[in-house]
Ligand binder design. Structure first.
Ligand SMILES: Cc1cc2nc3c(=O)[nH]c(=O)nc-3n(C[C@H](O)[C@H](O)[C@H](O)COP(=O)(O)OP(=O)(O)OC[C@H]3O[C@@H](n4cnc5c(N)ncnc54)[C@H](O)[C@@H]3O)c2cc1C
Length: 228
């Protein structure tokens, strides 16, 4: 109970800083925070607030300001996860409202470039015009976003044939907590990644290597891990 009351306190300094910097909406009212405290799981955690970025500059500003205030961030697509992935006691970035466009579609190369908040069914409506479809189809395809699918390494009815999301994403543009952008488009420590990104990935893979024996002994052998 103590934790619940504490988390209901409104962080007005963070709210003001975000409101001044972002083009997209900033919502710290109890109703919005309550709505964003759940996903499709049994869990419920009240976030500090919610922002709806309209551009990469908005995302950068939200990350920088949250870091300055010592508040963690939680990215969110449609919020259809079943294990509490898009909820937490930090600042929620809802990508689905504005940051959801199709940036490029190349029927010949069979590739698309999307904003992370794009709903899968919207991408497939475009792909269908060229007789194509994105081969990962979660049951929630009319709601779920490409960003959320990537976060969850989503799968679908045809994943045994075509693979999961990880097998169908060629590259990603990502941001560090201070807003610096980097791309992951050539394998986990690809040649195109910045020194900082390569260092981060090397440390991550180093952790996996250091704990390889435990991971192999303890983790169940499953087709898909939601952690990606
Ligand atoms: C009835 C039901 C059926 C389902 N069926 C399936 C199924 O068949 N297959 C399947 O795989 N899943 C299924 N799911 C789970 C879920 O719908 C999928 O995993 C879906 O792809 C999640 O997408 P989302 O947009 O809702 O993501 P969210 O739940 O919003 O987020 C998922 C994760 O991605 C992260 N994330 C979101 N956007 C970004 C971003 N821009 N940058 C970085 N991280 C981001 C979030 O922080 C979170 O960790 C089902 C769920 C329900 C309720």
């Amino acid at each position: 109970m103590h934790g619940t009351f504490k988390s209901l306190t409104r962080n007005t300094a963070l709210e003001r800083a975000l409101g001044n910097a972002l083009e997209g909406e900033t919502r710290f009212d109890a109703f919005t925070r309550g709505r964003y405290s759940t996903d499709a799981s049994i869990y419920q955690i009240m976030p500090a607030g919610v922002v709806f970025p309209k551009s990469e500059a908005d995302v950068q500003a939200a990350l920088t300001i949250a870091a300055e205030h010592g508040v963690p961030v939680i990215a969110r697509g449609a919020g259809t996860s079943q294990n509490g992935q898009p909820i937490g006691a930090g600042l929620v970035l809802d990508f689905s409202r504005h940051f959801n466009g199709l940036m490029a579609f190349d029927a010949e190369a069979r590739t698309a470039t999307v904003r992370p908040g794009m709903v899968l069914e919207h991408l497939n409506a475009r792909a269908k015009k060229d007789g194509l479809f994105f081969p990962v189809e979660p049951s929630t395809q009319s709601r779920c976003t490409l960003g959320g699918m990537t976060g969850n390494n989503s799968s679908g009815a045809r994943s045994l044939r075509y693979g999961k999301t990880v097998e169908n994403v060629i590259g990603m543009r990502a941001l560090f907590h201070d807003g610096e952008a980097f791309s992951l488009d050539d394998g986990p420590v690809g040649d195109n990644a910045s020194t900082r990104a390569r260092d981060l990935m090397s440390r991550l893979l180093g952790l996996a290597d250091a704990h390889r024996a435990d991971i192999e002994a303890i983790y169940p052998k499953v087709q898909r891990r939601v952690g990606g």
